[in-house]
Design a protein around this ligand. Structure first.
Ligand code: NAP
Length: 458
């Protein structure tokens, strides 16, 4: 048989997950300039992962990256198998029959827990659920959020926490011409939330949000940021972090926070209090959330490695809703090793590792490889690293026996799985855009699996 990656024996790769890391892995494979066939799988009928289901609806510019992904999908030898879950419809062992290599780029689908009492009370939600809900993700379509309380507390100070805060703070006018799911827009129209608390366990220098996202909180139609200037007094270690010339994000954030703290109080209908050095230690309520108990922290450790330590001093903050936005977490995929402590697939430069040894032909990229950090662009070099490892290994990979994507399509059909092709997706896309037009929205998403499949008469 000809060598893998030659004209007679193109390299056949399965990419599992069609978010940024999956598409950037495909792009890197095409850049290698060898004959390659890529089948990309996604358990959802739609591609693009968090670009569709995570990026906030009022951040349309970030979503334009899908044009890059469209161009990748148009390359020769690219097939999309949407609505196909690896581990459910096709096993990892079966993938090995059809592909010389597989790259698992399936992201971090669940969330970290706080592990505190009351976390599961009605009214306490993860940011993941709320974000999925307002973005029309089918998994979260039927969640309900009681927005009748006046006060909501958001735990965590990353960009997701800011997204949650901003969506709760915005007026209907600010959201109506975004691609926010209509069911969320309807519920937010009835929201009575007036007071938001954005709570960080460490100080303002350590907050994870990026400067632009923080600045947006100061430019909302009906909500003003509120900060007690004393919250911005820095301990010596935080001061050292702040003065580090490489710490531009923190310097910009502190400038913005000082600007917020210096603003004259207005009679804006909504307020977002930004507070630092407080950890939730309990969520209280008889039937549902009534308050959060926060413990005051101090920081200890060395600059850039400062940890929050509770002081024992507590306060109880009355609220009717809590959103826990303390980071995403990967989930194990049947047939692959999993590092439960880190919530990732164990790997070395993208090669999946079990018992200290790389598993032949199996690779990983994106959040399930490195953990849930970085922006969309961070996935480009990350996926390139994985593909580099794969190409280095190529001479020693045994060619898979079943070398035709049509065979995969037939197998899925035999199993009663209705795979969604990229052409199908383009039809869904056009239909969504058309549905949005009447309301002045860029698109009105389909949000239920049955709706997608009904489009194709299934
Ligand atoms: P993140 O940036 O890691 O932020 C998580 C936050 O939760 C941090 O403030 C963290 O505090 C806090 N936290 C963690 N465990 C906690 C606990 N037990 N108690 C209290 N607080 C706790 O994660 P994320 O906001 O989910 O975002 C994930 C990634 O997506 C990030 O890289 C983010 O930049 C990116 N993203 C980007 C955009 C954008 O570009 N517009 C939008 C959304 C998301 P510590 O710092 O103390 O750990």
């Amino acid at each position: 048989m000809s060598a893998l990656g030659s004209k007679d024996c193109p390299l056949r790769v399965a990419i599992i997950g069609s978010g940024p890391s999956g598409f950037y892995a495909a792009e890197s494979l095409y850049k290698a300039n060898i004959p390659v066939q890529i089948d990309m799988f996604d358990r959802l009928p739609t591609p693009f992962g968090l670009v569709r289901g995570g990026v906030a609806p009022d951040h349309p510019k970030i979503k334009t990256v899908t044009r890059v992904f469209d161009r990748i999908a148009a390359r020769e030898g690219f097939e999309f198998f949407g609505n196909v879950a690896i581990g459910r419809d096709i096993t990892v062992d079966e993938l090995k029959l059809f592909y010389d290599a597989a790259i698992f780029a399936c992201g971090a689908e669940t969330d970290r827990r706080l592990e505190i009492a009351g976390e599961s009370l009605p009214g306490s939600h993860t940011a993941t659920e709320f974000v999925g809900w307002y973005n029309g993700h089918p998994d979260f379509r039927d969640r309900t959020f009681d927005l009748s309380a006046e006060t909501a507390v958001i735990i965590g100070q990353g960009n997701v926490a800011i997204d949650v805060c901003r969506i709760l703070a915005k007026t209907l006018n600010e959201l109506k011409d975004t691609d926010i799911a209509q069911h969320a827009l309807d519920a937010l129209a009835e929201s009575r939330i007036k007071t938001l608390h954005l709570i960080g366990r460490r100080g303002p220098v350590q907050a994870k949000f990026t400067p632009q996202e923080l600045r947006e909180l100061g430019a909302l139609e009906a909500c003003v940021p509120v900060i007690d200037p004393a919250e911005l007094d820095l301990d010596p270690f935080s001061q050292a972090e702040f003065e580090d010339p490489h710490n531009r994000n923190s310097q910009k954030n502190i400038a913005t926070l000082r600007d917020f703290a210096g603003r004259i109080s207005t009679d804006a209908p909504k307020r977002c209090h930004i507070r630092f050095l407080r950890s939730p230690i309990e969520i209280r309520g008889a039937e549902r959330v009534e308050s959060v108990v926060l413990e005051k922290n101090i920081l200890e450790g060395e600059p850039f490695n400062l940890r929050a330590r509770g002081t024992g001093e507590t306060e109880e903050l009355a609220c009717g809703l809590v959103f826990r936005s303390v980071g995403y977490r990967g989930i194990a995929l049947p047939g692959l090793p999993f590092d439960d402590a880190r919530g990732i697939i164990p790997n070395a430069e993208g090669r999946i590792i079990e018992n200290g040894q790389p598993l032949s032909g199996l690779y990983t990229a994106g959040w399930i490889k490195r953990g849930p950090s970085g922006i969309i662009g961070t996935n480009k070099p990350d996926s390139a690293e994985t593909v580099k490892a794969l190409l280095e290994d190529m001479p020693s990979l045994p060619p898979c026996p079943r070398r035709d994507s049509l065979e995969m399509a037939r197998l899925l059909l035999d199993r009663g799985v209705r795979a969604v092709t990229y052409t199908d997706w383009q039809a869904i896309d056009a239909e969504e855009v058309a549905r949005g037009q009447g309301a002045g929205k860029p698109r009105e998403k389909f949000t239920r699996l049955a709706e997608f499949l009904a489009l194709f008469g299934k």
